[in-house]
Write a protein that binds this ligand. Structure first.
Ligand SMILES: Nc1ncnc2c1ncn2[C@@H]1O[C@H](COP(=O)(O)OP(=O)(O)OP(=O)(O)O)[C@@H](O)[C@H]1O
Length: 237
């Protein structure tokens, strides 16, 4: 079983250190959630693990491979993709063009096309709108497109930054259900979520960050009640 681990990761922007030495791990076939108040460094940590930001100290590794400071395409080749906040679809590109972007690190373009064909069958609303510009899709369809695009490289782990943000309540449920289905295929999910109420029931393991530090680590069953989470959010432990 694959394991993604961050060990004492330190990172930030410019001279500003945002994440002050956070360790966490995520297992294949499980959903690991990172919660925490706005601005505490969740997205920054996710980006550092995915190679989108330099790691100043510590490391991220996927099994025995150190990912820290590898170029993003190499991180993707190692089996890890980041779905950024807002999905990161290219609004002017069509559905098919966006999906092809998911295979940019794969040299064999015929392989990319055959993977896309297999994937798109599982997303009927995308299959019907192959030549539609992604910007014309609904928020829910864009969320599905970014998830499908992440799958083109057949990752072992997907890092999701607030996949439910901006979605209608029904789409939040559908998106989280899709994510749960991915774990049944053995994919590991490391996910930042604001929507604790919806995400907690599907989480196998959770971490809470505050002010760039880890404040809680455990299973959802270890959380006594909402009050405990609020206390951690407010800076206690
Ligand atoms: N590109 C950037 N340049 C400089 N500072 C940044 C940048 N992106 C984020 N920050 C700052 O880093 C801190 C952590 O931001 P981050 O987005 O990681 O928090 P977060 O926990 O994901 O919050 P949210 O839930 O609001 O997305 C914030 O103070 C933010 O202003």
């Amino acid at each position: 079983m694959s394991r993604l681990a961050a060990e004492n990761v330190v990172t930030g922007y410019g001279k500003q250190e945002i994440v002050h030495g956070v360790s966490l791990s995520a297992e294949a076939g499980q959903i690991t959630c990172i919660f925490g108040p706005n601005g505490c460094g969740k997205s920054t940590l996710l980006k550092a693990i995915a190679g989108a930001l330099p790691v100043w100290g510590g490391s991220a590794r996927l099994d025995d491979t150190v990912l820290s400071n590898l170029p993003v395409h190499e991180v993707v080749r190692q089996g890890l993709v980041l779905m950024p906040q807002g999905g990161g679809v290219f609004p002017r590109l069509t559905v098919m063009e966006n999906l092809r972007m998911g295979g940019y690190a794969i040299a064999d373009k015929r392989l990319v096309e055959s993977r896309i064909e297999a994937l798109i069958e599982q997303y009927p609303s995308l299959a019907r709108r192959r030549r539609t510009a992604a910007g014309a899709l609904s928020g829910g369809e864009q969320a599905m497109l970014s998830l499908a695009r992440a799958l083109v490289s057949e990752p072992r782990f997907i890092l999701l930054d607030e996949p439910s943000a901006g979605l209608s309540p029904a789409m939040v449920i559908e998106t989280l259900e899709r994510i749960t289905t991915l774990t049944e295929q053995g994919i590991g999910i490391l996910m930042v979520e604001q929507n604790i109420r919806e995400a907690m029931p599907i989480a196998d393991r959770l971490y809470i960050l505050a002010a760039g530090e880890k404040r809680f680590e455990g299973s959802p069953g270890d959380v006594r009640d909402d009050r405990q989470i609020m206390d951690i959010y407010m800076g206690g432990a």
